[in-house]
Design a binder for this molecule. Structure first.
Ligand code: AVJ
Length: 324
């Protein structure tokens, strides 16, 4: 349990985020270089992701929003009123209100590792739902999180939209689903529900385009990671010699984003030296896609029994209700 009320970002004497540096250095030492996708989301990265969600090619946000809008009656019926909605992540200004309007909850509990995002989005939401108690919790939800006392007596509904689960390899995704069960009290004899967004396997050209848009916004999003490493970790990565690439990995059912070296390069990060041959890549993101069966199996492995699934009108994206 990490919600001690103090900031979770651990800075060294130079103000450098220790976890960021450790992840980047560890990732760059590997044979297949890799940096975890969660480091995309600094201020600029979050701004670029906002733009991605508005691109013609990037369907997931639109498709999921369509489902949340169109199925509000079904949510109300299956979930019922009076639950505490526990959102894993700070919440979006569009999707969260749609759910809250649909089900008439008794409390809203956003969980996020970034206190700044958390407080900003909680404040914005409280304005539109003046009668709804909001209890933001600054915590790493990859582990069991202790919820505020006030929501203890309430039934819980976990909310995890955006297909963020798809950013994790199955082993990590299962760990997270099990942590969510524990956070929502399933091990204490409660019967929590979970509403989760999962993106579907589809035509590879549609997937590819969603992660390599014509305007280059996703490329800028990917390249922003390099700018962040150079700025925050004293990096000398030659950005002009790296290129954005998105590929469909059929065996593992995921879109991968990489940064490809267009020539042999050498650089330093935090004083440590690295090199890449031309064509070598830094793997920056996985976005797993699911079928009905693979989605169900992942949920079951994480301790959740699927109850109902909804798709958008183009059958590209799914929102699944599951019970512990
Ligand atoms: C918000 C993590 C679900 O994987 O589709 C968008 C992030 N990366 N374009 C996704 C993302 C490239 C997005 N998630």
């Amino acid at each position: 349990n990490t919600n001690s009320g103090i900031a979770l970002v651990d800075l060294d004497e130079d103000g450098v985020d220790r976890a960021f540096r450790a992840d980047v250095l560890k990732g760059l030492r590997q044979r297949q270089k890799a940096v975890p996708a969660r480091w995309f989301y600094d201020e600029e990265g979050s701004r670029l992701f906002e733009r991605i969600t508005q691109l013609d090619e990037y369907y997931p946000t639109r498709a999921e929003t369509e489902i949340l809008e169109a199925r509000s009656d079904a949510f109300a019926e299956l979930v019922g009123p009076g639950r505490a909605v526990v959102e894993f992540g700070s919440g979006s200004s569009v999707k969260t209100p749609l759910l809250l309007k649909a089900i008439d909850p008794a409390a809203y509990v956003p969980l996020d590792i970034s206190g700044d995002f958390l407080r900003m989005s909680a404040a914005a939401l409280a304005k539109n739902f003046p009668d709804l108690p909001v209890y933001p919790v600054e915590a790493d939800f990859m582990r069991r999180v202790g919820l505020p006392q006030e929501v203890e007596p309430l039934k819980k509904l976990g909310f995890f939209p955006g297909s963020t689960i798809g950013n994790m390899v199955p082993r990590t995704a299962v760990d997270l689903l099990r942590s969510m069960r524990a956070t929502l009290g399933a091990d204490d004899g409660e019967s929590p529900l979970l509403l989760i967004g999962m993106d579907m396997v589809k035509d590879h050209r549609v997937l590819q385009a969603a992660y390599a848009d014509a305007e280059g916004v996703t490329g800028a999003f990917n390249m922003n990671l390099v700018a962040r490493i150079n700025r925050e970790l004293g990096g000398t990565i030659p950005a002009e010699s790296l290129e954005h690439k998105a590929i469909w990995n059929d065996k593992l059912a995921r879109v991968e984003m990489h940064l490809v070296a267009t020539r042999d390069i050498a650089f330093a990060v935090s004083g440590e030296e690295f090199s890449m041959r031309s064509g070598e890549t830094i793997h920056t993101e996985n976005s797993h896609k699911f079928t009905r069966r693979s989605a169900n199996l992942l949920l079951l492995a994480g301790g959740w029994t699927p109850v109902k699934r909804w798709l958008d009108h183009e059958k590209r994206f799914s929102v699944i209700l599951a019970r512990a």
